[in-house]
Design a protein around this ligand. Structure first.
Ligand code: FES
Length: 191
């Protein structure tokens, strides 16, 4: 076999390796798309996405922020935590959520400042989609059933989630998952 023939066989081998690589990647993308589609129609629970999330988590002083019986589905209440100027919402989504507390694991709390450039998202909760947004600055929307992950828009980071605990009928904030916009480490005041 000539050197040229050997070279051509090697080139073909690389082409096929390339095809396999492309197919694998395509299959991976299709599988991912299928999973997202299934989630969109409710065939995959939100918690299937929630488990592998790894985020910065910091504990703060435990503060009572509401009661289970005092919440109505889809009607958020605002509270400040862990600092007086950090505004958040506490909301009963009506569907099980990552980090959700209460009997149905559907009570969550999130910071209301957009992670893109700090846009204020007060009053933008959409009960039909369990989403916060769109942000008034560049339209990012966040999924509150999946740890505040970005649904669409410019932001790349999920909304900071307030870590909750329930004792009896009382709901407490005990920490923050994720970096609050404008803070270096959620441990110091804005500089
Ligand atoms: S500040 Fe919210 S999308 Fe840019």
């Amino acid at each position: 076999m000539s050197n040229k023939t050997i070279q051509i066989k090697q080139d073909h081998a690389h082409e096929h390796e390339g095809e396999r690589a492309c197919m694998s990647r395509r299959s991976f993308l299709l599988a991912g798309a299928s999973l997202v589609s299934l989630a969109a129609v409710g065939a995959v629970p939100a918690t299937a996405f929630a488990a592998p999330v790894h985020v910065l988590k910091k504990e703060y002083t435990k503060v009572k922020i509401g009661t289970v019986s005092g919440l109505q589905k889809g009607k958020p209440i605002e509270f400040a935590y862990p600092y007086p100027d950090v505004q958040n919402i506490l909301v009963k989504l009506g569907t099980e959520a990552g980090g959700g507390v209460g009997p149905a694991h559907d009570i969550v709390a999130f910071n209301q400042q957009c992670t893109h450039m700090g846009g204020p998202m007060q009053g933008t909760y959409k009960d039909a989609y369990q989403a916060l947004g769109p942000c008034p600055l560049h339209l990012t929307t966040f999924d509150l059933t999946r740890h505040g992950m970005v649904i669409s828009g410019h932001a790349t980071e999920a909304l900071p989630q307030i870590v909750l605990e329930v004792q009896g009928n009382d709901i407490y904030a005990v920490g923050v998952m994720g970096l609050i916009y404008g803070y270096a480490a959620n441990t110091a005041k804005r500089g």
